[in-house]
Design a protein around this ligand. Structure first.
Ligand code: S3P
Length: 189
C-alpha cells in the first residue's frame, strides 16, 4: 500500500470523540486508501443502528458483532479502518489489529470529548447524566489497551479535522521515512 507503511492497513483506535471517523475519512482520501468505519459496517450488516443493537442485545451482543466485523474487514488490505472506541477491549481484537494494521492511537482529553460529543445521541454508553465520570473511567481502563496496540500516537486536542489530518499525514511520512518500522512486527517491543 503506502510506500513506507509496513502493514497491510492503517487502523485508527482511540476514545469516542477523538476524531477517528472525521480525520480518518480525510486522511484516507489524502493517502489514497479506502475508508472503512467499523461501526458503520456493523450497522450495515445488522440492519440496525448502534443504539438499537445495544437496546436489543446489550453491550455483549454489540461486542460480538464488533469482533466479527473486525475479523471480516481486516482480511482485506489497503484500507484506513476507523474502529469503535471499545474495539481494544477484547484481547482477540488487539491481536488482530496489531497483525493486520499499522495502528494509530488518536488521543484527546475528556474536556474535548465532552465538547465534541455534547449533542451526540448515538453513543449508548454516554446516554446518562455522569458523562464526564464515564469518560474518565473509560480513559483510565482503556489507555493501557490503546498503548498495547499502538504503533503511533497522535493528539487531536485543539485541532480542527483539517489541521489534525494534515499534521498527522506529515508526522506519519516523517516516521516512515526514518525507517522506524523496518523491523518485522513481531520483533518490535
Ligand atoms: C464505543 C464507541 C463507539 C461505538 C459504541 C461503543 C465505546 O464508537 O463503537 O458506541 O465503547 O467506546 P466511536 O468511538 O466511533 O464513537
Amino acid at each position: 500500500m503506502l510506500p513506507m507503511n509496513p502493514a497491510p492497513n492503517l487502523v485508527l483506535v482511540g476514545p469516542m470523540g477523538a476524531g477517528k471517523t472525521s480525520i480518518g475519512k480525510r486522511l484516507a482520501q489524502r493517502l489514497g486508501l479506502r475508508f472503512v468505519d467499523a461501526d458503520h459496517a456493523i450497522e450495515q450488516r445488522t440492519g440496525a443502528s448502534i443504539p438499537m443493537i445495544f437496546d436489543c442485545e446489550g453491550e455483549t451482543g454489540f461486542r460480538q458483532r464488533e469482533r466479527a466485523v473486525l475479523q471480516e474487514l481486516l482480511q482485506a488490505e489497503g484500507q484506513l479502518l476507523a474502529t469503535g472506541g471499545g474495539a481494544v477491549l477484547a484481547a482477540e481484537n488487539r491481536e488482530l489489529l496489531r497483525q493486520r494494521g499499522f495502528v494509530i492511537w488518536l488521543q484527546t482529553d475528556v474536556a474535548s470529548q465532552l465538547q465534541r460529543l455534547a449533542r451526540d445521541r448515538t453513543r449508548p454508553l454516554l446516554q446518562r447524566p455522569d458523562r464526564e465520570d464515564v469518560l474518565r473511567q473509560m480513559a483510565e481502563t482503556r489507555a493501557p489497551l490503546y498503548a498495547e496496540v499502538a504503533d503511533f500516537h497522535f493528539d487531536t486536542t485543539g485541532r480542527s479535522t483539517a489541521e489534525a489530518c494534515s499534521a498527522l499525514a506529515h508526522a506519519l511520512a516523517a516516521h516512515w521515512q526514518r525507517g522506524d518500522d523496518e523491523l518485522p512486527r513481531d520483533a518490535r517491543a
